[in-house]
Structures are given as C-alpha cells and as structure tokens.
Design a protein around this ligand. Structure first.
Ligand SMILES: *Cc1c(COP(=O)(O)O)cnc(C)c1O
Length: 404
C-alpha cells in the first residue's frame, strides 16, 4: 500500500489569499454598485516593455526555422544570458561572480522552495517573521520544521527572527545558532531594506558560525538608496556563505513569462563538497531549462533599450509607492517601506488587528490590502498595500482612505 508524505498533513494550509478572495467576493455580491480597488496581491500589472516583446518575437521566428531552431537548453542556461547577468548584475557592481556560478531557472519561487533539498534534514532554519511563506512551507514538506503550534502559529524547529518597528524591520542575530538563514531584502511583505553594513554583519556571522545564507533579492531593482546593497556579494566574505536568488518577475514584469536564477559561488562548501556541484546535479536531474524564447527575452532586459524602458516601469510603480506612503502619513498612519520596495507596510490604527483593519478598509473605502498577520505572527496589527496597481487606482484608493 502506498503511503503519502505525512509532512504535507502538518501544513495548516495557507488560507490567506483565499480568505481575502472570499471576503471580497461576498462584499462585491452584496454591493454591486461599489467599485473595489485591489492593492493586495503582489503581481505586476504593466505590460512587457517593447524591447522584451521584440526579443520574444525574434526568438519565436528563430524557432520556426530549421537553421535556428533550438531544442533543450544547456543544463545551467544559455551562455548569452549568464554572461549578461554576470556583466550587468555583478561585475558592474564590483561583485566577483562568474557566468559559471549562475543557474538559470523559471523563477525564484521554485528556486527558493527547491534549494533546501541539497541540505540535510537535521539542519535548523531561521526565517524573518513576517516572511514570504515559501521558505517555511517547503521546509515543512521536507520534514525539517518540527511540529506546528496553532496557538503561536509557529513551528517547533524553526528559528523566528521578529522584524518589527522596534528593530526597523531588520532581524537581530538569532540567539540560537541556525544552519540555514533565509533573508529577503528589500523585503516582501514589509518593504524594508537593510544597509550594506547590516548585511555585512550577517555575512560575518554566517562565516563565523558556519551557516549558509539564502538571500532572496527579487526586489533589487526597486532600491533607491545608495547604502542599500543590490547583491549580497557586495559584502566581503559572501562567497563562502551565501546563495543568492534573483527573479525577472518584479523588475521586468515576467510573473507570467517565468525566468529567474540562482548564484552559488564555487567557494561555498560543506567540508570539501561544493554546494555548486550539488545544485548542478539537482538541476541536471530534475529540471530541463527555461525556454529559449524566454531566455532571449531575459537577455533583452540588459540591452540599452530594455534597461531604459524597465527603469521607467519601476519608476511608475515607485511613484505609486510614494503616493501611498505620503498620503497615508498625511492621514496620520504609521507607515514604512515604499522607498526601496513596491510594498507599503502600515500599522492598523487604534490597536486594530490586521483582519479588523482589512474588513474596515473593504467596507468603508472599498480598498483591498493584505493583513500582515497572514505573513507570520509578528505581522499582527500590520497591513500591506502594494504599489503594483495603476496610478489612477492608487490615487483614488489613497483619496478614499484619507477621507475616512
Ligand atoms: C515575487 C517574489 C519572488 C519571485 O518569484 P518568481 O517565482 O520569480 O515569480 C521571489 N521572492 C519573493 C519574496 C517574492 O515576493
């Protein structure tokens, strides 16, 4: 008789976005005359930039001609894309990362979920609280998280690092020593960033205690401040302790196109085994590559026109972020984020819970956001708004909130 992976049964189930959907649908059905503005889900809305569309068309044409048709991509991705990444994302920022250390994939969600496979089950993980749920849930599925306590909404074997107003939404070094540390900066959901100096402390810590940092830099393109690092490899010593995850979803609108990459430096080792060789083995065995057409589109992200067009796209979203931030502050809210990330993190007023504020905003302003508690217990009392809406909707949503 077959048996299932019992770890899946431990998952409490992420009802966050379905609960939100249910509440919004019920409200919309009861009030068909109201126009609801959704600033909840972290998905982009602007169309692909012309330089990317043109690269897609070109690659589609190549696939229709026997002379230029391509089948399976090379295991770790096409050289043209890995070279463009090494040059633009790393060399141009003074980071020593070679094309051979870059693994092309179909996105950072898969990579951030799959990377735990190359580590032993008795590793302890540390995560920020609130957190992007993928890091925790994939470790639960693997059997690395222990037991769930529904009262505290935490796992017995996971080290939680609270990120709250008191510490500027940047985690403190944990009291217990983790083996694997997940960090995401600029952060989803809080929109917070950390400075190069702060990240250097994490790199020094990881090298000292022998842990590995899995650094999710999906929002790197939104950084506007000078002392915020775009890559963990801007820190001294990161090559011996850090894996970096990147995505084309948020900087180039590829959420539906799918492209990302993982960087594993050659020096990152457990004893004399390099993590690079393990991930290469895993990639070669379980993955057959991002589509050629999409990798060509990714290459166009680094072209002159591509870069100019995407800078404008990011600026469009960040204008929304600034508008939300400014407007909410004027309305008396305590607001953070929105400077180096497309997320605004606000404190629900008057000691309201995250879900009470969700209901209040839906009913009184017909605006949908995301309850902070959905990302972890330390998110209770907070609320996330995203800058990914249209400018017009963003302005109207803010005006409605100000009028409450
Ligand atoms: C959106 C996002 C990603 C990107 O995921 P893709 O699979 O590349 O679309 C990764 N990490 C975080 C924290 C995100 O919010």
């Amino acid at each position: 008789m077959f048996k299932i992976n019992q770890n899946y049964l431990k998952l409490p189930g992420s009802y966050l976005f379905s609960d939100i959907g249910r509440k919004v649908n019920a409200y919309a059905a009861a009030h068909p005359d109201k126009r609801i503005i959704r600033l909840g889900i972290g998905d982009v809305t602007q169309p692909l930039a012309p330089a990317i569309i043109s690269a897609l068309h070109g690659a589609v044409e190549e696939m229709g001609d026997a002379a230029t048709f391509r089948g399976y991509a090379p295991d770790l991705g096409y050289g043209f894309l890995r070279d463009a990444i090494a040059e633009n994302d790393y060399k141009a920022r003074g980071c020593d990362i070679r094309p051979e250390e870059i693994f092309i994939s179909d996105g950072a969600k898969c990579d951030s979920g799959n990377i735990q496979e190359i580590f032993s089950l008795d590793n302890r993980i540390a995560v920020c609280d609130p957190v992007y749920p993928v890091y925790v849930d994939t470790n639960v599925m693997a059997g690395r998280a222990g037991c769930y306590d529904s009262r505290t909404e935490t796992w017995s074997d996971v080290i939680y690092m609270p990120c709250m107003a008191e510490n500027g939404f940047a985690p403190d070094l944990p009291k217990e020593t983790p083996d694997i540390i997940y960090l995401c900066f600029p952060n989803n959901p809080t929109g917070a960033a950390i400075t190069r100096g702060q990240l250097q402390e994490w790199v020094d810590y990881a090298n000292r205690v022998g842990s590995v940092i899995i650094y999710d830099a999906a929002y790197e393109a939104y950084i506007s401040e000078e002392d915020v690092p775009h890559s963990i490899y801007e820190c001294q010593g990161a090559r011996t302790c850090a894996i970096e995850l990147r995505s084309f979803s948020k900087n180039a609108g590829f959420t539906g196109v799918r492209l990302g990459f993982t960087v594993i430096p050659r020096e990152l080792k457990a004893g004399d085994v390099s993590l690079h060789s393990l991930w290469a083995r895993r990639h070669g065995t379980k993955y057959n590559g991002a589509p050629y057409i999409v990798q060509r589109a990714g290459e166009a992200v680094y072209s002159r026109e591509g870069r100019d067009q995407l800078k404008e796209q990011v600026a469009y979203y960040m204008r929304n972020a600034a508008y939300i931030s400014q407007g909410l502050k004027e309305a008396g809210y305590t607001v953070s984020g929105g400077v180096n990330a497309p997320y605004i993190w606000l404190k629900a007023p008057g000691g309201m819970s995250s879900w009470d504020f969700f209901d209040y905003l839906l009913e009184k302003a017909n605006v949908v956001g995301t309850p902070g508690v959905g990302f972890g217990p330390s998110g209770e009392g907070y609320f996330r708004l995203t800058a990914f809406g249209s400018y017009e909707n963003t302005v109207e949503a803010v005006e409605r909130i100000k009028a409450l």
